[in-house]
Each structure stands twice: as C-alpha cells, then as structure tokens.
Design a protein around this ligand. Structure first.
Ligand code: SF4
Length: 60
C-alpha cells in the first residue's frame, strides 16, 4: 500500500501523526511526511486519511 501526503493540501494539523505516529511525522516545514507506510495497519492508516481535514493523505 502506497501512502502519500500532498504538501499543497496539508495544513500541518497533526491529526495523522497523532493517530499513526509510526507512519506520519510533521517535518521541519510544518507538513506531514510519510516516514513508514507500513508502520501501522491499513485500517488505521485509512482512518487517519479519513480524519484529515483537508484530504491531503492519498492511499493507493
Ligand atoms: S491530518 Fe492532514 S492536514 Fe493534518 S497534518 Fe496530517 S496530512 Fe496534514
């Protein structure tokens, strides 16, 4: 499963990194970046994507 964050959409709210801290990390630019797309279950990663207020998380 490929997980990506669109930096143009991410507002750095931290929801995804709180829900899946092994998958998402807020980088030095204040945007979420994927550190390990296998760092959590697909269900939990999908839940984080659904919780993203700007729909910036793309799962393929
Ligand atoms: S939940 Fe969405 S907007 Fe918030 S930090 Fe994660 S990718 Fe960015």
């Amino acid at each position: 499963m490929a997980v990506k964050v669109d930096p143009n959409l991410c507002i750095g709210c931290g929801t995804c990194s709180t829900m899946c801290p092994k998958v998402f990390k807020i980088d030095e630019e204040g945007k979420s970046s994927v550190i390990d797309e296998n760092g959590d279950t697909p269900e939990n990663i999908k839940a984080a994507a659904d919780a993203c207020p700007t729909r910036a998380i793309l799962i393929e």
